[in-house]
Design a protein around this ligand. Structure first.
Ligand SMILES: Cc1ncc(COP(=O)(O)O)c(C=O)c1O
Length: 444
């Protein structure tokens, strides 16, 4: 049964009132220009006036199954009618079933889960678990990373969003990634691991509880690690008794063409964090998964952590239904199949557009880096900044009804995993025309 939601505001009114009474994140408020959204279905969403957008970023890389799936809506409706909430000291059927289901799909012997409200608090609890389990306090993290907007998670974050909370959480040490930006490019897994081991030794391995890293780095560039890197990190962690925490908040749940991105390298982390695609954002939910040996440490010892909405029944019901959709519709296979199409479309753009400096993708996790000088690989916008050309490209996408995420000199291609080839080509046709704007900025 479709429920009518009374929508009385125009897009303009929604924007004006939202801007007046609510704060938009990561922005100077005078600069925000939100798209008013009234409804969404599949890979599309619409403004109140009926302008259609292709959602080429799955909103915030989270609506993996696509918008408005009736099966998930029904599961939420049924759950809210029976039990909207039970406090986290209680057991519920949806909590029990979700824990068991995640144990089935999570890598290796990860089979115990702590539920949170989202990704940031999943990472907060992951590092707390690691500190309690090891009795050590330092946490290694990487510079090109984002781990969430709370105090601890922002301290772990390596990108400029961290600067606002500094000095931040004591004991967080950042290391370099195998990727060093467009001009310097990639180093080998061996070089990067040697640097990591040097940092471990200089910091004192006996002081380091965990190394947290995104299995495939998200907002900092869809960075797919070179083969051997993840296996090497696993080996170093084992050698020094450091727990390996994989942040799969963005890369998990089929985005890369596997349930979890780390599955590409057949590595089992000690702790894995997830959110976003877990419910495809129909209801907010995050989780920390851990190997049995870590969970066992808390059989007699207290786990100091809690949230009022831990294991929220609506969220658990949404997650169970979402996981069923991935399986019933073969969405992970589709991500792999459409990922191959997307890679070809990326390569085609790189061949024809001088402003395309690099393209990267794995499954339906994709990014394009734009340059104003191909030989020197000068980004078209500075680190942590924007440029006239990127602003013009953003304006063009919006005018043409393509929504995606633009950051510095890059933009993302992260559609819902239910996308068809025809829809993919429709989106790339708009991108193709948009890149004529950035091509005009290329020197020579
Ligand atoms: C890799 C990664 N970790 C953590 C987070 C934080 O998740 P949340 O915004 O749900 O707190 C994000 C959000 O984008 C993310 O991409």
């Amino acid at each position: 049964m479709a429920t009518e939601i009374r929508q009385t505001m125009s897009g303009e009114e929604m924007v004006a009132l939202s801007r007046k009474h609510t704060l938009f994140e990561w922005s100077a408020q005078s600069k925000v220009d939100p798209i008013p959204v009234a409804r969404a279905k599949g890979i599309y969403f619409w403004t109140p006036e009926g302008k259609r957008f292709i959602d080429f970023n799955s909103q915030l890389m989270c609506v993996n199954i696509g918008h408005g799936d009736e099966r998930v809506i029904r599961a939420i409706q049924e759950q809210v009618a029976v039990l909207a909430y039970a406090n986290p000291f209680m057991a519920t059927e949806v909590r029990a079933r979700l824990g068991a289901k995640l144990a089935e799909i999570a890598p290796g012997d990860i089979d115990v889960f702590f539920f949170t409200n989202g990704g940031a608090d999943a990472n907060e609890n992951a590092i707390r678990l690691a500190r309690l389990a090891t009795g050590r306090h330092k946490i290694l993290a990487r510079y090109r990373s984002y781990h969430g907007g709370t105090a601890g998670s922002l301290s772990l974050t390596g990108d400029p969003r961290r600067w606002s909370v500094e000095p931040g959480l004591p004991g967080v040490v950042h290391v370099l990634d195998p990727y060093h930006g467009l001009a310097r490019g990639w180093e080998s897994a061996e070089q990067s691991l040697a640097m990591l081991e040097e940092v471990i030794q200089l910091e004192g391995p006996q002081t380091i509880a965990a190394f947290i890293l995104e299995s495939v780095t998200g907002t900092n560039g869809v960075l797919v690690p070179p083969d051997g890197y993840m296996q090497g990190v696993r080996a170093l962690c084992d050698r020094y008794g450091i727990l390996m925490i994989c942040d799969e908040v963005m890369a998990g749940f089929g985005r890369t063409g596997e349930w979890f991105a780390i599955d590409h390298w057949k590595v089992v982390p000690d702790i894995i964090t997830m959110a976003k695609g877990l419910t495809s954002a129909y209801v907010q939910l995050g989780a920390v998964g851990m190997r049995r040996a870590i969970a066992d440490r808390f059989q007699d010892k207290v786990f100091y952590g809690g949230l009022t909405y831990n294991s929220h029944p609506l969220a658990c019901a949404a997650a169970l239904a979402t996981l069923q959709v991935y399986e019933d519709d073969g969405l992970i296979e589709n991500a792999r199949r459409m990922g191959r199409v997307m890679k070809e479309l990326h390569e085609d753009l790189a061949r024809r557009h001088p402003s395309v400096g690099a393209t990267r993708s794995i499954g339906l996790f994709g990014l394009i880096e734009l340059v104003r000088d191909r030989a020197k690989k000068t980004p078209i916008a500075p680190f942590n900044g924007t440029s006239e050309e990127m602003t013009a490209l953003s304006r063009f996408f919006r005018q043409e009804g393509l929504y995606t995420f633009l950051r510095w000199h890059t933009f993302f291609t992260n559609p819902p995993l239910c996308i068809t080839e025809a829809q993919m080509r429709e989106a790339f046709e708009i991108i193709d025309r948009g890149l004529e704007i950035t091509d005009r900025a290329v020197d020579g």
